[in-house]
Ligand binder design. Structure first.
Ligand SMILES: Cc1cc2nc3c(=O)[nH]c(=O)nc-3n(C[C@H](O)[C@H](O)[C@H](O)COP(=O)(O)O)c2cc1C
Length: 175
């Protein structure tokens, strides 16, 4: 993996970063905003597993939850920090949904990401730091279950995961 840097790429407020994957999470489509922000061209991205932009700051529990929802053919919102081609990072609020064919069969997934509410990021970072600490140094599946249970606990304290997402999105900058 390329060396990580502290260079943040900001997503424009009117920009929508789109990618699509097959059922296994391999990229089948990216838009121009994806290319601009991630620094990867279409040619570099298409055919790659989506973890090509995975940043080590992301806890495994969040992706565990994402895939659990997608396999249940549910949509999911998630705050995600991704890695750019040059090792920098960018924060997004992603909305990931299953894509269906004319017969209603799920044939892949679609993610549309926008600039996150900056006032939410300190809270998100604190929760993710906690989850990473639970996951640190362990590759086994049991640890993801523990970390997902912690994520569930945090969400429940806010009235559920979706409620927490809405609350974070609506949060105002402290005066
Ligand atoms: C439509 C779609 C979009 C995704 N977008 C991202 C993304 O932007 N960043 C990311 O790290 N993982 C994304 N993922 C999740 C990855 O497939 C993968 O689960 C994650 O990067 C964790 O990698 P790992 O499974 O190798 O640990 C996406 C998955 C799907 C189905």
């Amino acid at each position: 993996m390329k060396l990580l840097t502290s260079k943040e790429v900001l997503v424009d407020p009117d920009e929508l970063i789109v990618s699509k994957t097959d059922l296994a999470g391999r990229i089948t489509y990216v838009n121009a905003a994806f290319e601009r922000v991630s620094g990867y061209t279409r040619t570099q991205a298409i055919g790659q597993p989506h973890n090509m932009v995975r940043h080590p700051l992301m806890p495994r529990a969040v992706f565990g939850y994402l895939w659990e929802r997608l396999k249940a053919t549910e949509e999911v919102f998630a705050y995600v920090v991704n890695r750019t081609a040059t090792g920098g990072f960018y924060w997004v609020l992603a909305h990931v949904t299953p894509s269906r064919d004319a017969h209603g069969q799920v044939v892949g997934y679609h993610s549309a990401r926008r600039a996150p509410n900056r006032a939410a990021l300190a809270t998100v970072e604190a929760v993710y730091a906690q989850l990473r600490q639970l996951e640190a140094g362990r590759r086994d599946r049991a640890v993801v279950a523990t970390s997902m249970a912690r994520l569930h606990e945090v969400a429940t304290a806010h009235g559920g995961y979706e409620q927490l997402m809405f609350e974070l999105d609506a949060r105002q900058e402290a005066a």
